[in-house]
Design a protein around this ligand. Structure first.
Ligand code: BG6
Length: 481
């Protein structure tokens, strides 16, 4: 995968922050465990905390052992040690030149060309300072080896600020150096949509307005905001997961077939779809769970959304008149993320006398997590002497143990090392996302309270019921381990 002689430095700004703790350091461990750590890769953490190299390694060791919802497999000491041996730390103020002088000195010690990836796990308001210093100290130069930058959400807080951020990035870097990471694009279950949809002749011809009645997307979590009140209370659910993860799910499930498996083709097909989404500002519900105002870091009178439900449609021929209903939130009944393609009712003809108003429609479900799988509901005759109907399921389950699916961060880290941007978001794509979100934010009127542990406010039920449809209760039984 990597040329043995190439050397890589991964420089993490904000190395002791939340993102690095929860996602990045565990993903680096996975890189070692997968045997994919490039032989000459060093990891340099940069942060405000006064830590020596040894203390940073101790800290990282503890991070690997702390409970982590995203990283639940056991840590082997020999592998952890391999990682820690590659780790270094520079303490200091990101806005001062000293850090960059040390980084330059480290980089000059390298005998061969040093490829650099700057991972900005910091607040976006520090980017400008960091980029400036990297430029002034010559660290941005690609005389020999590449320079790449990875950033994560928030990529702007609206179209205008996203555009400003893209301009800032483009002042210092070419688009092919910029990796805007959305970990949902690194999910196995979402990447497989390309193979499932475009590699089978069976399903894709049916996914259009002639056969599909509607589409539902659910992304519910049975927990609250935890320690992230300060951040969460400044964004809310629609910006936290709607603008990024959920729009990516919709794009991958409904975009047109790319003509080649290339970054340019796939990214432009996703972007095209995002541009076709219609923001229906009158089909929108915002909610807040009861107890949110008592959460740490939340303003006592906050009107931030912890839930949203919406209807959208795709402005193209293929999906004309096919609504997409989305609901997402925290403190809901269950943690589940899925896309359900609900087909039109076929029981109106021959079997009408037996269906007795029951909903027997075919449903194709892409279960993103947990119990990852692809499930198709179909109607069957109940075995017996009388003609009775029952729903049955064809299912493909991804895994046999919780650790079998590659971690999205690991995959995207590998892609960034390889220089493959297919599953990263480019400037045009992120702006297309905001173009859809901005009018929804502007149209917000009410905030509906909902009980923790429920499926959200009643208004969300009414939203879909007004169209004569119902939310599908995500199944707990399929693909359960
Ligand atoms: C993050 C959001 O981007 O995605 C979180 O900030 C959310 O609030 C998380 O919980 C969901 O990701 P995952 O991988 O846990 O489904």
């Amino acid at each position: 995968m990597f040329h043995q002689d190439e050397s890589f430095s991964l420089i993490i700004f904000g190395a002791t922050g939340n993102l690095a703790q929860l996602k990045l350091i565990p993903a680096l461990y996975d890189l070692v465990a997968a045997g994919l750590l490039p032989p000459k890769m060093s990891i340099i953490g940069v942060g405000r905390k006064e830590l020596s190299n040894a203390e940073f390694r101790d800290y990282s060791y503890r991070v690997l052992h702390q409970p982590n919802r995203h990283h639940q497999h056991p840590i082997q000491d020999d592998l952890a040690q391999k990682l820690l041996d590659r780790m270094h730390y520079i303490a200091g103020d990101i806005s001062q030149p000293a850090i960059y002088e040390q980084l330059s000195a480290m980089s000059q010690q390298e005998k061969s060309c040093d490829n650099k990836i700057f991972y900005l796990a910091t607040y976006p308001d520090l980017y400008q300072t960091i980029f400036n210093h990297l430029e002034d100290s010559g660290l941005n130069q690609q005389k020999c080896g590449f320079v790449r930058v990875i950033i994560e959400k928030p990529i702007g807080t609206n179209l205008d600020s996203a555009h400003q951020l893209n301009r800032l990035l483009n002042t210092y870097y070419q688009e092919e150096q910029i990796f805007r990471l959305d970990h949902y694009l690194g999910r196995e279950t979402l990447q497989n949509l390309l193979t499932f949809r475009f590699g089978n002749s069976l399903f894709e011809p049916l996914i259009n307005h002639e056969t599909v009645d509607h589409i539902q997307v659910t992304a519910s979590e049975d927990f609250g905001i935890g320690e992230r009140g300060g951040y969460y209370d400044s964004v809310g659910a629609l910006k936290d997961v709607g603008q990024n993860h959920i729009l990516q799910m919709i794009a991958l499930a409904t975009m047109d077939a790319p003509t080649a498996f290339t970054n340019q083709e796939i990214t432009s097909k996703r972007t095209e779809l995002l541009r076709e989404l219609i923001p229906e500002t009158d089909k929108l519900v915002f909610g807040q769970y009861e107890g949110y105002l008592q959460e740490k870091g939340v303003a006592s009178n906050s009107d931030r959304d912890t839930f949203f439900a919406l209807r959208t449609q795709i402005k193209n021929k293929r999906f004309a008149g096919v609504p997409i209903y989305v609901r997402a939130g925290k403190m809901m009944a269950r943690t589940v993320t899925e896309i359900a393609i609900v087909f039109k009712d076929q029981t109106k003809g021959l079997l009408q006398h037996l269906s007795q108003d029951q909903d027997h429609r075919n449903i194709l479900i892409y279960r993103i997590q947990p119990n990852e799988g692809i499930v198709l509901r179909f109607l069957s005759k109940k075995p017996g002497f009388d003609l009775q109907l029952q729903d049955e399921y064809l299912q493909y389950c991804y895994k046999h143990s919780a650790a079998d699916l590659p971690d999205p961060y690991l995959r995207l880290l590998i892609d960034a090392l390889r220089g493959d941007q297919t599953f990263f978001v480019d400037a045009a794509e992120v702006e297309a996302q905001w173009q859809f979100i901005d009018p929804l934010i502007a149209a917000r009127q009410h905030l509906h309270p909902y009980t923790a542990g429920s499926w959200g406010p009643i208004a969300a039920q009414k939203l879909i019921e007004a169209d004569g449809r119902k939310w599908i209760e995500p199944s707990v039984s399929f693909c359960s381990l």
